[in-house]
Structures are given as C-alpha cells and as structure tokens.
Design a protein around this ligand. Structure first.
Ligand code: NAD
Length: 297
C-alpha cells in the first residue's frame, strides 16, 4: 500500500485564504481590523523566525499585527504590565506570548495573565477547562489543525480507535479531548506506556506528538491507519554539515502500511499558523459582538 499524503500545506493555504476573506468582511462590519498582538522576549533565533512569519501571515489575512519585543532580561512585572495593556486594548483581539520564555519568567503566570477571551493560543487554564467540559473557548492551534486534517480525510470519526502519543498540555492532551468530542475511542500513550507498538497497532488514527525522530515504525501501524505526525526533529542529513527535518514517524516505512499520512515538513506544521489566524478571527467576532457561523472556518 502507498499511503495518501495529507497535504497540510495546501489545506493551510485554503484556510488562510478563507480567514482573509472573512477578515475583510469583519473590517467592513466592525469598522476596524481584527488584531493579533505577538510578544517576543529575548532574541532566540527560532522564536524570531516564528514571530516574523506570524506577523506576515496576519497582515496577509487582512488583520492588524502588533509586535512587541522585550529584552531578554525583562522583569516579570514589566511583561505582565504589557499583557495587561494588551488585554485592555480594543484593537487587540488575540494575544500570543511566544514561548519559551527566559528562565527568570514564570510561563504559567504570564499565560494566566492573558484574558481568556484573547488567549488565541488556547493555553489559559480557563480555555483548557472549557475544552474539557465542551464549552466554546479557544483550542490550541496545533491539535485543532490536526483535527481539521483528520476530519477532512475521514469525515465522521465516531467509534474509531485513536491513539495519541504524547501528553503535553499544548498538543497531546487537547488532541485527545478533541478526538473524544468527535466520538473516537481515545488512548493517550506516553513515555511510561508499556508495549507502545502494541497500543499503536490498535489505532485507526495515530497522532504522534513526542519529539523523537522517526520513533513510530511501520510495523507499529494497523494497515490503512491514518497517521498525523506532529513531531519536528532536526537530524543530520546525508550532506556533510547539513541537517534536515523529520517527524516522529518513520515516513518512508509507514507510507507502505498507512492509509494516509502527513509529511514532515508540509503536514501539520503549516496548519499551526493558519489556525492561529482562524482563532484570532473568531476572537474578533466575539469581542465585537458580530455573529460568525460555527462552520464558517
Ligand atoms: P513535549 O516534550 O511537551 O511532550 C512530549 C510527550 O512525549 C510527553 O508527554 C512524553 O510523555 C511523550 N514521550 C516522550 N518519550 C516518549 C516515548 N519514548 N514513548 C512515548 N511517549 C514519549 O512535546 P510537545 O510540545 O507536545 O511536542 C511534541 C513534538 O511536536 C515535538 O517534536 C515538537 O517540536 C512538535 N510540535 C510541533 C508543532 C507544529 O506546529 N507542528 C507544534 C507543537 C509541537
């Protein structure tokens, strides 16, 4: 079997275009653009790249982008004061504080300071709670993007066996909640799971969010399974001194067994920013009291 590749790049592009169209309508209705504020502390090169591409994507989707850069040694008080200023700013619908933060800052305290109604990353405990009890809130972008890819491929997930590998607050746990909401039978596997290959072999749907290069092997998969690979791992390439990105799944081997699989890069990765824009659009409509159909984006 040669698995179908799930093209996250193309899906994300379509989503971004849809968001851009609705954001232009929002501007006409609200008399202002939807706005996303991104806070970057310090000069971590990877974070700088993420923040730059988020800013560009926000502008391209007809939204306003507000970038705030703070020095590496900023105090907790100064960062919290900025978050509070953004909470109060009516031009800002979504607030994202780029993680990781330098060691002197308490990430949980900073996330808790963001208004839950502007927490477009979905990391605030209020939004984690809303997801757990099935209320409207904000769902973390990466698992929501995975869910969109899954439903586009499989439609109804009712009764399917789903195994999520990894239990982080930003990927594994919310992913499991979303699959449960979609009526899948969900198992969360993690570093202490016994006989992981046997657990994964039960799954119609596998979501790998571990951070270990090519850990999930072809013979762990049930033939025809749908595989979503969240992992982003940099490994040495064949060319001396160069690196390349691989996922948590052995893509070449798995492609012979799976029914469908996301590549790395070009699978889940591009979905994250697209969903961030989507969440910001939803926040803008809620904040402005303008209706947005549930299935609009
Ligand atoms: P994390 O380090 O917070 O969590 C990893 C999880 O994997 C843990 O819950 C741990 O229990 C589990 N684990 C570790 N070793 C294991 C093993 N041997 N067997 C089974 N489970 C094991 O990571 P995270 O933030 O959830 O990210 C996971 C991966 O997804 C990383 O590669 C990260 O770069 C990637 N990621 C990608 C995106 C994206 O936009 N595509 C977004 C977030 C994270």
């Amino acid at each position: 079997m040669t698995a179908e590749q799930i093209d996250g790049k193309a899906f994300a592009l379509t989503l971004r275009e849809k968001v851009g169209t609705i954001a232009a309508e929002f501007e006409r209705k609200a008399g202002r653009k939807a706005g996303l504020a991104v806070v970057l502390v310090g000069d971590d090169p990877a974070s700088q790249v993420y923040v730059r591409s988020k800013g560009k994507a926000t502008l391209a989707a007809n939204m306003a982008s507000f970038e705030h850069r703070l020095p590496d040694d900023v105090s907790g008080g100064a960062l919290l004061a900025l978050v509070e200023q953004l909470n109060q700013d009516p031009a800002v619908d979504g607030i994202l504080v780029q993680l990781p933060l330098p060691a002197q800052l308490d990430e949980q305290q900073v996330i808790s300071a963001i208004s839950p109604d502007k927490d477009v990353d979905g990391f605030h405990v209020i939004n984690a709670g809303r997801l757990a009890v099935g209320q409207d809130g904000f769902v973390p972008c990466t698992p929501l993007g995975c869910m969109m890819l899954l439903t586009s491929r499989l439609g109804d997930l009712s009764g399917l066996e789903a195994v999520v590998i990894g239990r982080s607050n930003i990927v594994g746990k919310p992913m499991a909640q979303l699959l449960l909401d979609a009526n899948a039978t969900v198992t969360i596997a993690h570093s202490r799971t016994k006989d992981l290959p046997a657990v994964v072999r039960r799954a119609d749907v596998v979501v790998a969010a571990v951070g270990r290069a090519e850990m999930v092997k072809a013979d762990w998969l049930k033939p025809g399974a749908t595989v979503i690979d969240v992992g982003i791992n940099r490994v040495p390439s064949n060319e001396a001194g160069k690196t390349r990105l691989v996922g948590d799944v052995d893509f070449a081997g798995a492609s012979d067994v799976a029914g469908a699989i996301t590549p790395v890069p070009g699978g889940v990765g591009p979905m994250t920013i697209a969903v961030l824009l989507r969440n910001t659009l939803v926040a803008a409509h809620r904040n402005a009291g303008i209706d947005l159909a549930k299935d609009a984006v």
